[in-house]
Design a protein around this ligand. Structure first.
Ligand code: MG
Length: 287
């Protein structure tokens, strides 16, 4: 199933289900995406039943919003594709070395934006705005010390996420948080795709385009640390909660590692695609 948050006729955000490019309103059934994520199997069956008997709206008639507003920071993996780890180390004149353990940082909840929202560009804040298309995993139930063999049972679903990054800010203080957390620097969506729709999340093409020109093209099979390992690692001694978002890292082709480096400018259109999940389109907009 594909779950969305959406807005129609200026009303407050509602939850919906997308079927065949049409939208089924679930606001009478589920008050929030968090409620959807924590539904029992019976609750999910009720949703499916409701969907069969409900009125449908054309998807074009609504505005899709960020599918999930996380309760705490998004957990992100850095350097989780070997080609990307290498390109960044070469660009920074660092020794080439693949991570032996996941490199984990976070993005602020307030960075989260919708699938078609603008990416703010303010030259007084950053001039080196870069792209990082990623597959994001949504945790479905609470867990601690989760064995890798059981980790997929803790996955509710997936969405596309672009880990937009202010490289200049990232470099200034050596820590990632500030450069990763500017408002609007985390386009997400367009929907949450439930786990059952992607039997193998490690075989998905991941692509990023700027103004229609392909900049990143890889496959989730190239992740260094796969989803079960990542969940097992993160949950070791640390509780994961339903609704947690884990961004699984970006492949090579980011702007900072290009010769010469390339960054986003107002008017640029950033397209982020994960096969079987969906596509984000965000216009870089001067503020
Ligand atoms: Mg990233």
């Amino acid at each position: 199933m594909k779950f969305v948050r959406y807005e129609v006729n200026g009303r407050s955000p509602q939850i919906g289900l997308v079927v065949d490019n049409e939208l089924i309103d679930l606001s009478g059934v589920a008050p929030s995406m968090q409620a959807i994520i924590t539904l029992s199997d019976e609750g999910m069956a009720m949703i499916a039943q409701h969907a069969n008997s409900s009125q449908r709206l054309p998807l074009e008639d609504v505005k899709l919003l960020a599918p999930l507003l996380p309760r705490r920071n998004i957990m992100c993996l850095g350097k989780n594709y070997a080609d990307h780890a290498r390109e960044m180390q070469m660009a920074n004149a660092e020794p080439i070395e693949l991570p032996k353990f996941p490199v984990v940082f976070t993005k602020a909840t307030t960075s989260v934006s919708g699938p078609y929202d603008p990416i703010p560009f303010d030259p007084l804040v950053s001039e080196d705005v870069d792209w990082e298309v990623e597959l994001a995993v949504i945790i479905g139930k609470e867990g601690k010390n989760i064995p890798a063999e059981q980790a997929m049972e803790y996955v509710f679903g997936y969405m596309v996420l672009n880990d937009v990054t202010a490289r200049d800010l990232q470099r200034q203080g050596k820590q990632f948080f500030k450069g990763k957390s500017l408002d609007g620097y985390c386009p997400t969506g367009p929907w949450l795709v439930t786990r059952d729709e992607l039997p193998n999340p490690h075989e998905l093409d991941v692509r990023c385009l700027v103004n229609g020109v392909e900049k990143q093209a890889s496959n989730t099979r190239n992740m260094i640390f796969d989803i079960p390992f990542t969940i097992a690692y993160l949950s070791r001694g640390m509780t994961l909660l339903p609704g947690d978002i884990i961004a699984t890292g970006t492949p090579d082709g980011v702007g900072a590692a290009r010769t010469p480096p390339e960054f986003l400018r107002p008017g640029d259109v950033l397209t982020s695609i994960v096969e079987g999940v969906g596509e984000l389109r965000n216009l870089v907009t001067a503020v």
